[in-house]
Write a protein that binds this ligand. Structure first.
Ligand code: CP
Ligand code: NVA
Length: 301
């Protein structure tokens, strides 16, 4: 199938990603000015959610409406997808009717298979392995505050999860240094890490990762689908909290990001997430603007 998909940050070139962020910043400004822009009139985005969501659902749905189109929420419970209709068949059917398909699911392989059979662009709205749309918003937030991120040092503290993997890809595509601090047993995937070469450094020491960092990032200790591991993960990640002591090791003007939802008192202390270095609300808002730029890119000829 010939459609262009966005399953990971590696699907776009570094230049395309930078252009996308510039466009996102412009669309945000237009929205603020009340300037209408509707390139997606009569276009429909299907949104398949196999996991919960607040930000992703609301930002995609709002984004489609602001661009003149429509978004359709599909839960597996109410569609044949949840009753076992093959992914390949669902992809072929949906993509014959709608103009784009956004999917949040578990195994990354599932979205790859869906995309293979879809004649319409497929957007990864989070899998167990990646969360590229969140990285567009994070990078937009950095670019707005600090300019280009090339050459900066980013510390990712916590689980080697989907957010961590997407940060590794971002380090490759945006050309920054990434330091990951994760406990044994919760490291990022070795192949994803290896592909980033010396742009990414791995340690078990959060203080080492944070020292001199320009941006400090964390995420939940137990992701969606890992709820029953919560207790055991709390033990494994004790010592990996982003708190005032850790932020004190970072650059004095370091920013703090978290994709949200956050657990204050676990991966981040309340004084950091609610403090002056935190940009989490811009980060959340930018999901809307960055994804509008993405939808424009993928859904217009
Ligand atoms: N950050 C993020 O993807 O949030 P939701 O799970 O609320 O969509
Ligand atoms: N790592 C988290 C991100 C949530 C947006 C999860 O997968 O649940």
């Amino acid at each position: 199938m010939s459609a262009r998909h966005f399953l990971t940050l590696l699907d776009f070139s570094p230049d395309e990603l930078r252009a996308l962020l510039a466009r996102a910043i412009e669309l945000k400004q237009w929205q603020r000015e009340g300037r209408g822009f509707e390139p997606l009139k009569h276009k429909v985005l299907a949104m398949v959610f196999e996991k919960s969501s607040t930000r992703t659902r609301v930002s995609f749905e709002t984004g489609m409406v602001q661009l003149g189109g429509h978004a359709m929420f599909l839960s597996p419970r109410d569609t044949q997808i949840g009753r076992g209709e093959p992914i390949e068949d669902s992809a072929r059917v949906l993509s014959r009717m709608v103009d784009g398909i956004m999917i949040r699911t578990f195994e990354h392989e599932k979205i790859e298979r869906f995309a293979e059979y879809s004649g319409a662009p497929v957007i990864n709205a989070l899998t167990d392995d990646y969360h590229p749309c969140q990285l567009l918003a994070d990078m937009q937030t950095w670019f707005e505050r600090r300019g280009d991120i090339r050459g900066a040092t980013v510390a990712f503290i916590g689980d080697g999860n989907n957010m961590c993997h997407s940060y590794i890809n971002a380090a490759r595509q945006f050309d920054f240094q990434l330091r990951i601090a994760a406990p044994e047993g919760y490291l990022p995937r070795a192949d994803i890490l290896a592909a980033a070469g010396d742009r990414v450094m791995l340690t078990h020491d959060p203080m080492e990762a944070a020292t001199g960092a320009d941006l400090v990032v964390t995420d939940v200790w137990a992701s969606m689908g890992q709820e029953e591991e919560q207790r055991e993960r709390e033990k494994a990640f004790a010592g990996y909290q982003v708190n005032r002591d850790l932020m004190a090791r970072a650059a004095s003007d370091a920013l703090f990001m978290h994709c949200l939802p956050a657990h204050r008192g676990e991966e981040v202390s309340a004084d950091v997430i609610d403090g002056p270095q935190s940009v989490v609300w811009d980060e959340a808002e930018n999901r809307l603007h960055a994804q509008k730029a993405l939808l424009e890119k993928l859904l217009t000829p």
